[in-house]
Design a protein around this ligand. Structure first.
Ligand code: SAM
Ligand code: DTB
Ligand code: SF4
Length: 337
């Protein structure tokens, strides 16, 4: 007799008829026998995406270090002695040169990151010029610049910004253990402004900071229950940085637990692109393969992320060849039948 996969817990519905997830439902998925969870996630994945295509993004830190926020995981916070030298905002020509390299290496999206609490008016003008130039090169554009008001978000959209990255990072309950200079509500407010301005959202978080599985699931539930879940959900495995508070409390994430989390993210947000973000350097090829099966379908290419390491491009190319994966066409990574 063939084994039947466990059925999934019913997706709860809100009064408005929208799906509304609970931690209990997410936990029930997470606790399924691994094969049942992976099968279910993979089936959801195939319903919405080409299972053999992975969207490739490339990052550039356009303004590094000296950040006034106290995010306890970050090399760029001015609150900690991490040895990171603060830089000024890069010149547009340097950004264009990096975007050209990104395009040549197969990336379809270019993400410009700045270590700010919020952009100042003059800086925003310059970033808008960068966005317009990168967009004109035929790349999708993403920026992550800290908090925005609605007018700043609209200006970015008018300049040609496709995605705004602004992570909630962890659960509401754990947030204050990691960051005290802002709240998760501040994050949600900026996400609302970005949405109101018509931007697509890239929003996820970090695991491996000493949080419980319940915190990881609460984070996914919060994202899945937004009026419109983010189009892109980055899952970062904490990349070690010496000198930050998280270094004292970090706990390695067991690989099967990480694959389970990817699978739950895929089921809770069936139409979102799920990105294997920071931390791939610490992942085996086999874990990455499991994650792609579980529904991850995006990643960063290039040997550095912002300030920490990412796998070498030849290692990624070899993995894609072994798995029969290919880069998704620009703009075609999201949606599907
Ligand atoms: N300053 C902007 C902000 O905080 O939104 C943009 C840059 S910030 C570096 C973007 C995201 O990178 C953070 O929200 C966090 O999820 C992730 N991140 C930062 N440091 C990390 C680390 N050491 N390991 C893994 N992810 C990290
Ligand atoms: C995201 O979630 N991960 C990216 C991007 N959004 C901006 C950043 C990862 C940064 C990892 C730490 C570093 O390299 O400094
Ligand atoms: Fe600043 Fe972003 Fe780093 Fe926080 S994560 S310290 S906001 S650069």
């Amino acid at each position: 007799m063939s084994a039947t996969p466990h059925t999934s817990p019913a997706t709860p519905r809100t009064a408005a008829g929208q799906p509304g997830w609970t931690r209990a439902a997410a936990q029930a998925l997470y606790d399924l026998p691994f094969n049942d969870l992976l099968l279910q996630a993979h089936q959801v994945h195939r319903r919405h995406f080409d299972a053999n295509a992975v969207q490739l993004s490339r990052l550039l830190s356009v303004k590094t270090g000296g950040c006034p926020e106290d995010c306890g995981y970050c090399s760029q916070s001015a609150h900690y002695d991490t040895g990171m030298k603060a830089t000024r905002l890069m010149a547009e020509e340097e950004v264009i040169a990096a975007a050209a390299q990104a395009r040549a290496s197969g990336a379809t999206r270019f993400c410009m990151a700045a270590a700010w609490r919020a952009p100042k008016a003059r800086d925003l003008d310059r970033v808008c010029d960068m966005i317009a130039a990168v967009k004109a090169m035929g790349l999708e554009t993403c920026a992550t610049l800290g908090m925005l008001d609605e007018e700043q978000a609209s200006r970015l959209g008018a300049a040609g910004l496709d995605y705004y990255n602004h992570n909630i990072d962890t659960s509401e309950a754990f947030y204050g253990e990691i960051i005290t200079t802002r709240t998760i509500d501040d994050r949600l407010e900026t996400l609302g402004h970005a949405r109101a301005a018509g931007l697509k959202l890239c929003c996820g978080g970090i695991v491996g900071m000493g949080e419980a599985v319940a915190d990881r699931l609460d984070m996914l539930v919060l994202l899945a229950n937004l009026d419109e879940p983010p189009e892109s959900v980055p899952l970062n495995l904490w990349n070690e940085v010496a000198g930050v508070p998280v270094a004292q409390r970090a706990a390695p994430v067991e690989p099967i637990a990480f694959a389970r989390l990817v699978a739950v993210a895929r089921i809770l947000m069936p139409r979102s692109v799920v990105r294997l973000s920071a931390g791939r350097s610490h992942m085996s090829d086999e874990l990455q393969a499991l994650c792609f099966f579980a529904g991850a379908n995006s990643m960063f290419v290039g040997e550095t992320l912002l300030t920490t390491a990412n796998p070498a491009e030849d290692r990624d190319a070899a993995l894609f060849a072994r798995l029969g994966l290919r880069a998704a066409e620009g703009g075609a990574g999201h949606g599907g039948a």
